[in-house]
Design a protein around this ligand. Structure first.
Ligand SMILES: Nc1ncnc2c1ncn2[C@@H]1O[C@H](COP(=O)(O)OP(=O)(O)O)[C@@H](O)[C@H]1O
Ligand SMILES: Nc1ccn([C@H]2C[C@H](O)[C@@H](COP(=O)(O)OP(=O)(O)O)O2)c(=O)n1
Length: 662
C-alpha cells in the first residue's frame, strides 16, 4: 500500500552524495536496441522503475529472452525479429516504451495491440503512425484517431523515397523511427525528413549515440534530414553501462543550492553523470550556474554548493528550455527563491507529457502563494518572500516529476504535503528516501511534561541560548479557553470551541501575546481558572485538530523549541530532540505556588497541589494526545535540579545530538 500523502517538514539545509538511478531514456533505448540486435548484451546500471518494467515485460511477451537482476540485465538479441507473432502489450504511461515499440512492431508486422493507462490514451502518437504508414505498415486506432490503443497488423513493407515525420510535438517519434529503421536498411539507405522545428534535440542525440554503440552510424544534415546508410546492422556491443539519470539529478542539484540559503548546508554531489554525459539534461546544471549557483563538474559527478561568492539569491530572467524539457520543471521551483521573476520559454511539450505540466505547475505553485502567469508554451514565476509562503497540499497528477519538484518547496517557509507520493515510482522509486537522507529539516526540540515541571521556563531559556524560536503551545489552549470564558462558550461545545481555536487571530511579538487587538503577557493567562478550562477543552479532539496547523507553522529556520503535552508525540513526531520533563508533585506544587504569588496572583498551597493533581489526571487520562513520553524521549526529572542545571542538561543533550548529525 502506498501512502495517500507525505508530509515534508520545512528544511534548513542539505548535503551529501546521491548515487543516481539509471537514466530512463537510456535504459529503455538500450533495452530495445539489445532486443533488436544480433548477439547478447549485458546491461549494467539499468533503471528499475515502472517505465523500465513496462519495457522489460513487453519484450518478454514478444519472446525476447532476458534475465534481469536488480540493475543488471542480460538480453539475448532477436537479430531484427520479435519471436512472438502476436501479443497484447500494456505500456502503462511510458512514452519511451510505446513509441519505439510501435515503430519496431509495425515495421515487422504481426498481430499486436498496444495500450496503457487512461492518460496514455490522451498522449498523441498520430505523427508516428502517419510516418509508419508511409512504409505500408498496418496500424489502426482502437479508439480516438491519433491516440493509443493501437492495433498493428501484417506489414506490406515498402520503401519509396524519404519518410517524413513531425518533430515539433515530441522528439520521441523521430527517435522511434531511428531505433527501428536500421532493420530495414540492409540494402538501401533509409532517409527520414523532419517536418517542423525539432524539439528536445538532446534526446535525439542520445538515440544517435546509442545507435553508434550498436554499430549504426546515422548521418544527419542539421536537424532536418537523417540517413541510415545501406548495410546498417544492429550489433550488440557486448556490454553497455547506463548513465545515472540527469533529469533525476536536477532535484538534488537544486537542493545543493537551496540548502545553503540559511548557510547551514554542505555540497550535494550526484554520482553517475558528469561533464561527458550524453544526456541533454545535464545542461540543467549549466543553467543553474548561469543563474548564480556554484557548480563543480567531474568525470562522473556534478556537485552544487550554494551560490557563487557575492550573490545573495539566484538570478531570475528568461530561460529557453527547448533542450531541457524535463529538468526545466525543476527551474520552476528554484524560481521561487530567485531575486526576480523567471520566465521559462519553449516548454510547449509540457502540455502532452504525463499531465499538462504547464497547467499543473501553475496551479500548484499558486497554492504556495506564488504569482504565476502562463501561456501556450511558457510559464512565468514570481519569487516568494519569506512571509508570502503558504503551507499547502500539492496534487501530483500521477506525474513523478510534479512530486519530485515540489519536494523542493520545503526549503521555503511552509509545510508541504505531497499527495500520492508513490507516483515517483515511474522513474525513481527511492526518491524520497534519498531526498530525506541528504536534507536537514528545521530542528525542533520538543519539551513535554506535566504542569509546573518547568517546561515553559526551560524552553524559553534553551531557545534563547540557541537563537531558536519558542512555542509555548499551552498558551494556545489557554487563549482558546480564555476567549471561550469571555464569550460564554460552553466548555463542552466542541464545534464552537474548535471554530474559536481555528480562527484565533493570535500573534506573538516582543515577548507579548496579541489577540484581537488586545495585548497580554503570558502571566495574565496563567490563572488556575484559565489553566483548568484549558485542560478541559484540550481533551476535545476537534480543538486539538484546529490548533494543529497553527502549532506546526512555528517551525521556521533556524529552529524551534516547543513545549506542551504532545509536542514530541503528535505535533512534531520527527523532532530532533524530545525531552520529557518531570518533577515530583510536591515540588511542582511548590514551584507553581511561588510563581503565582510572585506574579501577584493570590494562591493557597494546598489548593494549588489539589488542582495540580486534578490537571495531571485529566491530561494523562484523556483519549487523545494524552500526556505521555514519546518512545524516543529523554526522561529528565528536575526535582533536585535548579532551573540553570535543567537548562544546561537540555543543552548538553542537544549538543550531543548535533554532533551526531554533523
Ligand atoms: N528546575 C527547577 N527548579 C526550580 N524551579 C523551577 C525549575 N523549573 C521551573 N521552575 C519554576 O517553576 C515555575 C513553573 O515553571 P513553568 O516553566 O511555568 O512550568 P510549566 O511550563 O511546566 O508549567 C516557574 O516559576 C519556574 O521558574
Ligand atoms: N501541547 C499542549 C499544551 C497544553 N495542553 C493543555 C493541557 C494543559 O493542562 C493546558 C495548559 O497548558 P500549559 O502548558 O499552559 O499549562 P502548564 O504551564 O503546564 O500549567 O493546556 C495540551 O493539551 N497540549
Amino acid at each position: 500500500m502506498t501512502p495517500e500523502f507525505l508530509d515534508l517538514p520545512p528544511l534548513i539545509g542539505a548535503g551529501g552524495r546521491v548515487a543516481l538511478p539509471g537514466s530512463k531514456s537510456i535504459s529503455n533505448r538500450v533495452l530495445l536496441l539489445a532486443a533488436l540486435a544480433e548477439g547478447q548484451t549485458e546491461i549494467t546500471g539499468l533503471l528499475d522503475s515502472d517505465d523500465t518494467r513496462v519495457m522489460l515485460s513487453a519484450l518478454q511477451s514478444l519472446g525476447i529472452e532476458l534475465k534481469r537482476e536488480g540493475s543488471a540485465a542480460l538480453v539475448q538479441g532477436g537479430a531484427g525479429r520479435f519471436p512472438a507473432p502476436s501479443a497484447d502489450l500494456f505500456m502503462g504511461n511510458a512514452g519511451t516504451a510505446i513509441r519505439p515499440l510501435t515503430a519496431a512492431l509495425a515495421l515487422q508486422g504481426g498481430d499486436y495491440r498496444l495500450h496503457g493507462v487512461p492518460r496514455m490514451h490522451e498522449r498523441p502518437i498520430g505523427d508516428l503512425v502517419d510516418a509508419l504508414r508511409q512504409f505500408g505498415c498496418a496500424i489502426d486506432y482502437e479508439g480516438q484517431a491519433g491516440y493509443p490503443p493501437l492495433c498493428i497488423g501484417a506489414s506490406q513493407f515498402r520503401l519509396s523515397g524519404d519518410v517524413s515525420v513531425r518533430g515539433d510535438v515530441s522528439s520521441q517519434f523521430l527517435t522511434a523511427l531511428l531505433l527501428a529503421l536500421p532493420l530495414k536498411a540492409a540494402e538501401q539507405d533509409v532517409v527520414i525528413a523532419v517536418q517542423g522545428e525539432l524539439i528536445s534535440k538532446p534526446y535525439v542525440e542520445i538515440t544517435l549515440n546509442l545507435l553508434r554503440r550498436f554499430g549504426v552510424s546515422v548521418q544527419r544534415t542539421g536537424w532536418e534530414r537523417f540517413v541510415i546508410p545501406a548495410g546498417s546492422r544492429l550489433r550488440s556491443p557486448g556490454r553497455i553501462a547506463v548513465e545515472g539519470d540527469a533529469s533525476s539529478a536536477s532535484y538534488f542539484l537544486a537542493a545543493g543550492v537551496l540548502g545553503q540559503l540559511h548557510r547551514r548546508g554542505a555540497p550535494v554531489r550526484v554520482e553517475g553523470v558528469g561533464r561527458d554525459s550524453i544526456q541533454g539534461d545535464v545542461a540543467f546544471a549549466r543553467v543553474l550556474e548561469d543563474l548564480g549557483a556554484s557548480v563543480r563538474w567531474g568525470d562522473d559527478f556534478i556537485e552544487t554548493d550554494g551560490l557563487q561568492p557575492g550573490l545573495k539569491a539566484l538570478r531570475g530572467g528568461e530561460i529557453d528550455c527547448l533542450a531541457i524539457p524535463d529538468a526545466a520543471m525543476t527551474l520552476a521551483m528554484t524560481a521561487l527563491f530567485a531575486d526576480a521573476p523567471t520566465t521559462l520559454t519553449a516548454i510547449g511539450s509540457w502540455r502532452v507529457k504525463e499531465t499538462d505540466r504547464i497547467h499543473a505547475m501553475a496551479t500548484e505553485l499558486a497554492k504556495l502563494g506564488a504569482q504565476v502567469e502562463s501561456g501556450t508554451d511558457w510559464l512565468r514565476i514570481h519569487p516568494l518572500q519569506p512571509d508570502q509562503w503558504r503551507s499547502a497540499t500539492i496534487a501530483t497528477y500521477d506525474d513523478h516529476r510534479m512530486a519530485m519538484c515540489f519536494s523542493l518547496a520545503s526549503f521555503g517557509h511552509a509545510d508541504i504535503r505531497i499527495a500520492d507520493p508513490g507516483c515517483v515510482a515511474k522513474t525513481y522509486p527511492g526518491y524520497f528516501q534519498d531526498f530525506f537522507r541528504i536534507t536537514r529539516p528545521v530542528p525542533v526540540i520538543a519539551i513535554d511534561g506535566p504542569t509546573a515541571s518547568g517546561k515553559g521556563s526551560i524552553a524559553s531559556a534553551v531557545a534563547e541560548a540557541l537563537g531558536f524560536d519558542c512555542l509555548d503551545s499551552g498558551v494556545l489552549y489557554r487563549l482558546t479557553a480564555w476567549a471561550a470564558l469571555r464569550q460564554g462558550v460552553a466548555l463542552d461545545d466542541s464545534a464552537a470551541l474548535a471554530q474559536l481555536a481555528a480562527t484565533l487571530p493570535v500573534s506573538f511579538a516582543a515577548g507579548r501575546i496579541h489577540l484581537n487587538g488586545q495585548s497580554f503577557d503570558a502571566a495574565q493567562l496563567r490563572t488556575e481558572a484559565v489553566g483548568q478550562a484549558a485542560s478541559t477543552i484540550a481533551a476535545l479532539p476537534a480543538v486539538r485538530d484546529a490548533l494543529f496547523a497553527l502549532q506546526r507553522s512555528f517551525r521556521r529556520a533556524p529552529g524551534l523549541v516547543a513545549d506542551g503535552r504532545d509536542m514530541g508525540t503528535v505535533v512534531f513526531p520527527d523532532a530532533q530532540l524530545k525531552v520529557f520533563l518531570t518533577a515530583s508533585a510536591a515540588s511542582r506544587a511548590e514551584r507553581r505556588y511561588k510563581q503565582l504569588i510572585s506574579q501577584g496572583n493570590p494562591a493557597i498551597l494546598g489548593d494549588v497541589f489539589a488542582e495540580l493533581l486534578e490537571r495531571d489526571a485529566r491530561d494523562t487520562q484523556r483519549a487523545v494526545a494524552a500526556l505521555k513520553p514519546a518512545a524516543d524521549a529523554e526522561l529528565l526529572d528536575s526535582t533536585d535540579l535548579s532551573l540553570e542545571q535543567t537548562v544546561e542538561t537540555v543543552l548538553a543533550l542537544w549538543r550531543r545530538h548535533d554532533v551526531q548529525v554533523a
